[in-house]
Design a protein around this ligand. Structure first.
Ligand SMILES: Cc1cc2nc3c(=O)[nH]c(=O)nc-3n(C[C@H](O)[C@H](O)[C@H](O)COP(=O)(O)OP(=O)(O)OC[C@H]3O[C@@H](n4cnc5c(N)ncnc54)[C@H](O)[C@@H]3O)c2cc1C
Length: 364
């Protein structure tokens, strides 16, 4: 509704751009809605602050973070971290009803702050929570939202060019929210690099006490029960990831990936067909519709390197691909390639690393 999709880099949008309605011209500054996970800031919020800083600097405006919660100590700690990750200003919303995330309360607070202070751009993490909140906020504010962006740019008039994959990841499209404010976008964890932390940096705090009446809120949090089988956070933030693909041929052979990961102290994952076959759980899928990873080392065994897989791994510092086909697309972006049968090579690598670690342990 509010979005005006444009394929390509956005130069072609001039024909569709109208004069921004007068009441939207007051919208300034770049905001990040900070995600709190059991009292601590989710790393995706720092990644967004890094990206938000670049947009704010190009536009010559301030970068603000919105933190919400119940505990003053947790909120102060979160605000201090946001300053160190380059926020100029923190909107700090404190209320007992904000103790746990609920869509209704978070949406109420964020839309109130947006309507009061009028940011030009509002960024959220494309996590489960961020997706839930972003959709409600965009709908309530009747503005455009571009989900799962992989690139954010801004022009001199303040139009956000939000780029994301489309048509099953085979194309990138750039979407503008030309005639509505704020311009909203979500970005998945690890898509943007973690910015440098500037210790001791500080900024301004604007406090907001929403005085939420608990009786007006239809959802109640009774308890939080962690999903013991889930390890959602560890794959995107792992230093080493070992993954397998259909080239491994069977679920039994996938154990070879797990063995190598264990020796290296790494996380393991796989391509999408492995989830469809039930060899791995969905939270271990890597790629466009799975996890985006940025490890120091990514080992991909028996994975062809389709574009939908590539977009989730190309932020890795070092990609080592093992594939029997020298023409496999993965060799086009891997830093190191081994043309070999992964089923034979993986046990050999596991043994070699295990021996090396044993020798290192003895020497120390
Ligand atoms: C909308 C959409 C979203 C998608 N999202 C994702 C996603 O998030 N993540 C994802 O991974 N895919 C995704 N896909 C699927 C993607 O297009 C590919 O089909 C998929 O990545 C292929 O998985 P693969 O590399 O394991 O299998 P294949 O493409 O079948 O590749 C197997 C590879 O193994 C090699 N090989 C064979 N035997 C051996 C051996 N013994 N040793 C070593 N190598 C061997 C082959 O040469 C081949 O290159 C998506 C597709 C669509 C349409």
């Amino acid at each position: 509704m509010a979005q005006q999709p444009q394929a390509g880099g956005g130069n072609s949008r001039a024909g569709t751009k109208k004069e921004l309605p007068e009441h939207f011209k007051a919208y300034k500054h770049v905001w990040v809605a900070v995600e709190m996970e059991h009292g601590a800031v989710h790393s995706v919020s720092f990644e967004l602050l890094g990206e938000g800083r670049k947009l704010a600097d190009k536009r010559g405006v301030e970068l603000a973070a919105v933190v919400m919660g119940e505990s003053r100590a947790e909120l102060d700690a979160a605000a201090a971290q946001c300053f160190e990750y380059s926020a100029d200003l923190v909107y700090l919303a404190q209320d007992p009803a904000l103790a746990h995330y609920r869509n209704e309360t978070a949406c109420q607070v964020l839309t109130h702050l947006v309507n009061t202070y009028k940011p030009e751009i509002l960024l959220l993490g494309a996590t489960n929570l961020g997706r839930d909140l972003a959709g409600s906020v965009a709908t309530t504010l009747a503005t455009g939202l571009t989900a799962d962006c992989t690139e954010l740019e801004i022009d001199e008039e303040g139009s956000l060019a939000a780029t994301r994959p489309t048509f099953g990841g085979s194309l990138l499209c750039t979407i503008f929210t030309l005639n509505f404010r704020p311009q909203m976008a979500t970005v998945r964890p690890r898509v943007m690099p973690m910015p440098a932390r500037q210790e001791g940096r500080s900024g301004r705090i604007i406090e907001y006490s929403p005085a939420i009446n608990e009786a007006d809120i239809i959802t109640k949090v009774l308890d939080f029960i962690a999903d013991r089988d889930s390890d959602k956070a560890s794959l995107p933030y792992a230093d080493i990831v070992v993954a397998g693909g259909l080239g491994l041929r069977s679920a039994e052979n996938f154990q070879l990936v797990k063995n190598l990961a264990e020796v290296l102290g790494a996380e393991y994952g796989g391509s999408r067909p492995l989830v469809q076959k039930g060899w791995i759980t969905a939270d271990r899928q890597i790629g466009q519709t799975g996890k985006t990873i940025r490890p120091k080392l990514y080992i991909a065994a028996g994975i062809s390197g389709a574009i939908q897989h590539r977009v989730g791994v190309e932020g890795a510092d070092l990609i080592l691909a093992i594939n029997t086909d020298p023409k496999a697309p993965i060799f086009e972006f891997a830093h190191l390639g081994i043309v070999a049968d992964a089923v034979t090579l993986l046990p050999a690598l596991t043994e070699a690393f295990a021996n090396r670690l044993r020798i290192n342990r003895l020497a120390s």
